[in-house]
Ligand binder design. Structure first.
Ligand code: UDP
Length: 239
């Protein structure tokens, strides 16, 4: 497999073409951004950790019947994925109130939501990824109603798989963001699943083990990402 020209550079990843048009080569970066790109920094080792953590989740989800774009690791910081035509909607699933929802609705962070809450956001940096509903998705022609229904069902299946899996590792899955896309006419899960895109809390202490440590200047950011990798795999990563 050959890495060809760069197709795209996002905030956390670079994407390259390969000599197979169905496959893309993804490089995870150490760059960290928050608040729609207004806060910037570097988390040394994040590229490696998020590449390995995402690969771990995607392999586990595929084994449990959730088709996704992951193909194989190329090295510690890069992976091969299926090329998707990405749907411009971020799917957020929440189990406890946190972040923008807690703020918007005046909820105390950590409040149990009594079952998963699914939010949709329009993927648009210019507009700051605004919250949208099913009707907006239809009106904006982002996806068909039946496609959104399928996506919602997969997102909730991912929630029950990940919540149980992480509970065994002493981690509460507070919330997370998923992205989906079309591959050969089928809707499948894409993007990444990592401490950049999920809120993970220690089950005992409720200590934050995710990007909120960077967003809120809590310190120990790289240690938190390493701790997630350690709990998932039982291994240490050498950086
Ligand atoms: N999230 C993400 N990318 C985004 C927005 C949110 O990965 O562009 C993740 C975020 O890490 C958290 C969840 O989605 O795990 C819910 O985020 P929220 O809406 O609370 O927004 P935030 O507090 O991150 O602004």
């Amino acid at each position: 497999m050959k890495k060809l020209e760069q197709l795209y550079e996002g905030k956390a990843k670079k994407v390259y073409k390969t000599d197979n048009e169905d496959l893309l080569w993804v490089e995870y970066k150490d760059d960290a951004t928050a608040f729609n790109g207004t806060k910037k920094g570097t988390i040394v080792g994040k590229g490696v950790l998020n590449n390995l953590i995402s690969a771990h989740f995607f392999q586990m989800l595929a084994e449990k019947g959730v088709p996704n774009h992951f193909v194989e690791l190329v090295n510690e910081q890069e992976q091969l994925v299926k090329a998707l035509d990405i749907i411009q909607v971020e799917i957020i699933v929440r189990n406890l109130a946190a972040g923008s929802m807690a703020k918007r609705l005046g909820m105390e962070e950590g409040m149990d939501l009594g079952g998963p809450v699914v939010d949709y956001c329009y993927k648009s940096d210019e507009l700051g990824d605004p919250l949208i509903n099913d009707d907006h998705i239809r009106a904006l022609n982002l996806a068909l109603p039946e496609q959104i229904q399928t996506i919602r069902e997969i997102a909730l299946k991912v929630n029950s798989i990940l919540t149980n899996y992480l509970a065994d590792k002493g981690i509460i899955l507070v919330d997370y963001k998923l992205e989906f896309g079309f591959h050969k006419g089928e809707v499948i899960l894409g993007d990444e699943i990592s401490p950049d895109t999920c809120r993970f809390w220690d089950s005992e202490t409720r200590e934050k083990l995710d990007k909120d440590r960077f967003r809120r200047d809590l310190g120990g950011v790289d240690e938190a990402y390493k701790e997630i990798y350690r709990r998932l795999t039982g291994k240490e990563v050498k950086l």
